[in-house]
Design a protein around this ligand. Structure first.
Ligand SMILES: CCCCCCCCCC/C=C\CCCC(=O)SCCNC(=O)CCNC(=O)[C@H](O)C(C)(C)COP(=O)(O)OP(=O)(O)OC[C@H]1O[C@@H](n2cnc3c(N)ncnc32)[C@H](O)[C@@H]1OP(=O)(O)O
Ligand code: FAD
Length: 673
C-alpha cells in the first residue's frame, strides 16, 4: 500500500519525513478532490514528469535574478519550445492541463500568450460570427496570430460606459473609424499589448449617426504579421515595470483615426448593418463575456496562489526549529506554536474552500456559456452576481493569507528565495483586474437589493438568495443542540448575511423615501452594501465547502476534509461574529464555544498539516521556492541560491573605488585633523 503521503523520499530532511509519516489520508486521493477528479490529478503529475525530462524547459536560473528584459525573453523562449512539444504534453482542449503546464514551465509572472489564451480566444469564441471565427479564431488557436483584450484606458477602467475610445461608423465606406481623442483615452494595461501581440480585440464606444451605443468589441490588427512593426495610425508600447508580473508586457495603445472594415466588429449577438442600422443583442451585457470568463476562473487561480504560499510556509515551518515550549527539551519546530498554526491553518482551509467554490462557479459558467450560444440569457444575472462577489472576496482573503504565509517564514520569508513575495505581487493584481473589488461588490449588492425588495414585497426568492425567504432562528443553535451538524453554523452565516442585506436595504429605502436621488443614496449606503455582499459571498463559500464534504465517499478523505471544514466554519464565524453579537443571535457563551472549537481544530489539523499542503502536489519546479522545497533541505540551498547574486561575481565592486573608498578616506583624513 505504501505511504499515505506520496511525497516521502529517501534522503529528505528527517523533520519533514516525520510529518509525512503522520498522514491519516492518501495525499494523491486528496489531490483528486482539489483538482476535481483522479484523472485530472494524475494528468498533472504526468505533465510535470514529462516537462522535467525536457532540459530546455527548465529555468535558466532562479527567476528573481533575471532582469525585466531577461524575464520577457525567457518566457518567450519557453513558449517557443513549448509549441514544439505542446501536443505531446497536454490535451490542448483542456484548460486545466494548459494552465498547469504554464505554471510548471513558465510560472505566474506571465508570458507572451497569457492574454491570448485567457481573453483573446474566449472573446472570439463567444462573440465572433462563424465567418469571423474562420478569419481569426482558428488562426489564433494555431498561434499564427497573437492577440489580447484591450479595454482599459488610462482614464477609465471601472466605468466602461465612459470609455473615450470611439468607433464611429462611416456609412459611406462601410468602415469604423477608431480614435483615441485624448491622452486619457489611450488603452493602458492590456496584457501583452506592449510588445508581443499583433492583434487585439479593442473595446470602444460605438457611435452611429452621433448616437452613443456604449462599449462594443472590434478586431484590430496592430502590427505587421512579418515585421511586427506597428501599422500606420497605431502607437503601441510597454507601460513599464509593475509590482510583479513583470514577464508580461502590459501595454498602451493610441489609435489615430484608424479605419477598419464594418465586419471587424464582433457581431455574433449584436449587429451594425451596412446602412448603419443597429440590431441590439438579446442581453445588453453579452459583450462583457470575456471578463466573466476570467472572473469565473479566478477562484481557482487564487486558490492555487494561496496553496502555493502555504505549501512553502508549512513545509518550512516543519524544518525550522526555534525556541522552546518545554525548556528541558530541544528547540521545537515553529509549526508547534499555536500562533503559527493559527496564522497558517485557517488559510489552508480557505484554499480548499476557494477551490470547491471555484468548481461550482465554473460549472455555472459553462452552463451560461452554452445557453448564450443559443441566445438564452436567463442565468447571466446570477452568474454575474456570483462571480462579482467571489472575485472580490477570494482575491482579498488570498492577499491576507499569502501575507501571513510570508510573515510566518520570518526573515527568510522576505527573501525572494521564498518566492512568496512574487506570488503575493501576482495574486494581489487580482484585487484590481477584472473589476476593482469594491466596484464588483457593489455589482453584487444591486442583485442583493433586488432580492431583498422582492422578499419585502412578499415574493419568494430562490437560488443563490433563497435563504432570504427561508425561516430564520432568532437565536443561533450553535452549542444549543445535541446534534453537531454544520447546518447550525451555516444557518448562523445565513442569519448574519440576511441581517446585513436587510440593514443595507432599509437604510437605502429610508434615504430614498427622504427624497435623496438613488445614486446619492446608493453612495451613502455603499459601505453597508459592500458588507452585505461580502457576507453573502462568505456564506456561499462555506456552503460550497460543506456541499463538497457531504459528497465525498472515501472515509479518510472525508474525515480530513471534515476537520478542515470544522476549522473553516469556526474561524470564519469568529471573523464575522460581531454581526451576530449585535442582535443577540450569538451570545458570549457561544463565542467561547466557537473559540474553543477553533483551538481544538488547530490541534486536530496539526499532524496532517504538511499532508494538507502536499496534497496540492505542487512540484519544486513550479513552486520555485528554496523554503518550500519538497525535501526540506532549506539551509544549504539558501546558501547555494545566494551564489546567483550578480553582486557576488567579484569580491570588490567598482562602487568601492568610486564612492565608498573616497568616503572612508575623507572621513579618516578628517578624523586625523
Ligand atoms: C482557463 C482560464 C484561466 C483564467 C486564469 C486567470 C488568470 C488571469 C491572468 C491574466 C491577468 C490579468 C487579466 C486582466 C484582464 C482585465 O482586467 S480586462 C478588463 C477588466 N475590466 C473590468 O472588469 C471592468 C469592470 N467594470 C465592469 O465590468 C462594468 O463597467 C460594470 C459591470 C462595473 C458596470 O457596467 P455597466 O454597463 O455600467 O452596468 P451597470 O449600469 O452598472 O449595470 C446595469 C445592469 O447590468 C448588469 N450587468 C453588468 N455586467 C453584467 C454581466 N457581465 N453579466 C450580466 N449582467 C451584468 C448589472 O448587474 C445591472 O443589472 P441590474 O440593472 O442591476 O439588473
Ligand atoms: C495586473 C493587471 C493586469 C491587467 N490586464 C488588463 C488587460 O489585459 N486588459 C485590460 O483591458 N485591462 C487590464 N487591466 C486593467 C484593470 O482591469 C483595471 O485597472 C481595473 O478594472 C480597475 O479599473 P481602474 O484602474 O479604472 O480603477 P479605478 O476605477 O480608477 O479605481 C480607483 C478607486 O476608485 C474606486 N471606484 C471606482 N469606481 C467606483 C464606483 N463606481 N463606486 C465606488 N468606488 C469606485 C475603486 O474602488 C478604487 O478604490 C489590468 C490591470 C492589472 C493591475
Amino acid at each position: 500500500m505504501g505511504n499515505l503521503n506520496k511525497e516521502i523520499r529517501d534522503g529528505d530532511h528527517p523533520d519533514i519525513t516525520e510529518e509525512r509519516l503522520k498522514s491519516t489520508f492518501d495525499t494523491h486521493k486528496m489531490a483528486a478532490q482539489i483538482y476535481n477528479s483522479q484523472r485530472a490529478a494524475d494528468r498533472r503529475n504526468e505533465i510535470t514528469s514529462a516537462v522535467l525530462k525536457i532540459p530546455e524547459l527548465q529555468d535558466i536560473k532562479p527567476l528573481p535574478f533575471l532582469s525585466r528584459e531577461e524575464k520577457v525573453e525567457e518566457a518567450a523562449r519557453k513558449i517557443g519550445i513549448l509549441s514544439e512539444h505542446l501536443y505531446d504534453l497536454v490535451n490542448v482542449n483542456d484548460g486545466a492541463e494548459l494552465y498547469h503546464l504554464n505554471n510548471v514551465v513558465i510560472g505566474g509572472e506571465g508570458n507572451p500568450l497569457a492574454l491570448h489564451g485567457v481573453m483573446f480566444i474566449p472573446v472570439l469564441q463567444a462573440q465572433a460570427t462563424d465567418e469571423q471565427k474562420k478569419k481569426w479564431l482558428y488562426r489564433a488557436m494555431k498561434r499564427e496570430i497573437i492577440g489580447t483584450y484591450a479595454q482599459t484606458e488610462m482614464g477609465h477602467g471601472s466605468n466602461l460606459r465612459k470609455l473615450e475610445t470611439t468607433a464611429t461608423y462611416d456609412k459611406a465606406t462601410e468602415e469604423f473609424v477608431l480614435n483615441s481623442p485624448t491622452t486619457t483615452s489611450m488603452k493602458w494595461w492590456p496584457g501583452n499589448l506592449g510588445k508581443s501581440t499583433n492583434y487585439a480585440v479593442v473595446v470602444a464606444t460605438l457611435i452611429i449617426n452621433e448616437k452613443d451605443y456604449g462599449p462594443h468589441s472590434f478586431m484590430v490588427q496592430l502590427r505587421d504579421e512579418n515585421t511586427h512593426k506597428p501599422l500606420p495610425n497605431i502607437e503601441v508600447g510597454d507601460i513599464g515595470p509593475k509590482m510583479a508580473y513583470n514577464a508580461t508586457d502590459n501595454g498602451f495603445l493610441k489609435l489615430n483615426h484608424l479605419r477598419i472594415p464594418r465586419t471587424n466588429m464582433l457581431m455574433k449577438h449584436v449587429k451594425v448593418e451596412k446602412d448603419g442600422t443597429y440590431i441590439k443583442p438579446p442581453h445588453a451585457k453579452m459583450s462583457y463575456s470575456a471578463m466573466v470568463h476570467v472572473r469565473a476562473h479566478m477562484n481557482n487561480t487564487m486558490a492555487y496562489f494561496l496553496a502555493s504560499s502555504l505549501t512553502i510556509a508549512v513545509r518550512y515551518s516543519s524544518i525550522r526549529r526555534q525556541g522552546h515550549i518545554n525548556p528541558k527539551e530541544p528547540e521545537v519546530k515553529v509549526l508547534e506554536y499555536q500562533t503559527q498554526q493559527h496564522r497558517l491553518f485557517p488559510h489552508i482551509a480557505r484554499a480548499y474552500a476557494f477551490s470547491f467554490a471555484g468548481a461550482e462557479t465554473v460549472r455555472l459558467y459553462e452552463k451560461v456559456k452554452k445557453d448564450m450560444e443559443s441566445g438564452e440569457t436567463e442565468l447571466m444575472a446570477d452568474l454575474h452576481a456570483l462571480t462579482s462577489g467571489l472575485k472580490s472576496v477570494v482575491t482579498y482573503l488570498t492577499m491576507q493569507g499569502i501575507e501571513q504565509a510570508r510573515q510566518s517564514c520570518g526573515g527568510h520569508g522576505y527573501s525572494m528565495a521564498s518566492y512568496i513575495s512574487e506570488i503575493y505581487g501576482i495574486a494581489i493584481g487580482g484585487c484590481t483586474y477584472e473589476g476593482e473589488n469594491m466596484v464588483m461588490l457593489l455589482q453584487l449588492a444591486r442583485y442583493l437589493m433586488k432580492a431583498a425588495k422582492a422578499v419585502k414585497e412578499g415574493k419568494k426568492v430562490e437560488g443563490l438568495v433563497g435563504y432570504l425567504s427561508a425561516p430564520d432562528n432568532r437565536h443561533s443553535l450553535i452549542d444549543r443542540t445535541p446534534e453537531k451538524s454544520y447546518d447550525t453554523y451555516l444557518k448562523t452565516f445565513e442569519h448574519i448575511a440576511r441581517q446585513q442585506i436587510f440593514r443595507a436595504f432599509d437604510k437605502l429605502e429610508k434615504m430614498l423615501t427622504s427624497g435623496l436621488p438613488h445614486s446619492e443614496a446608493w453612495n451613502k449606503c455603499s459601505v453597508e452594501l459592500t458588507r452585505a455582499s461580502r457576507l453573502h459571498t462568505r456564506l456561499f463559500i462555506a456552503q460550497a465547502f460543506a456541499r463538497r464534504v457531504h459528497d465525498v465517499v472515501d472515509f479518510h478523505i472525508k474525515e480530513a476534509l471534515d476537520d478542515l471544514l470544522h476549522l473553516h466554519l469556526n474561524y470564519e464565524l469568529l471573523d464575522v461574529a460581531s454581526y451576530a453579537l449585535e442582535d443577540g443571535h450569538l451570545c458570549g457563551e457561544q463565542m467561547n464555544f466557537i473559540r474553543s472549537e477553533l483551538y481544538r481544530s488547530l490541534g486536530k489539523i496539526r499532524p496532517n498539516a504538511v499532508s494538507y499542503v502536499d496534497a496540492w502536489e505542487l512540484s519544486d519546479m513550479e513552486l520555485r521556492s528554496v523554503l518550500g522545497r519538497r525535501d526540506g533541505h532549506v539551509y544549504e540551498n539558501l546558501y547555494k541560491w545566494a551564489q546567483n547574486s550578480s553582486l557576488n561575481r567579484t569580491d570588490v565592486l567598482p562602487v568601492f573605488e568610486k564612492y565608498l573608498k573616497p568616503l572612508m578616506m575623507s572621513a579618516r583624513k578628517n578624523s586625523k585633523l
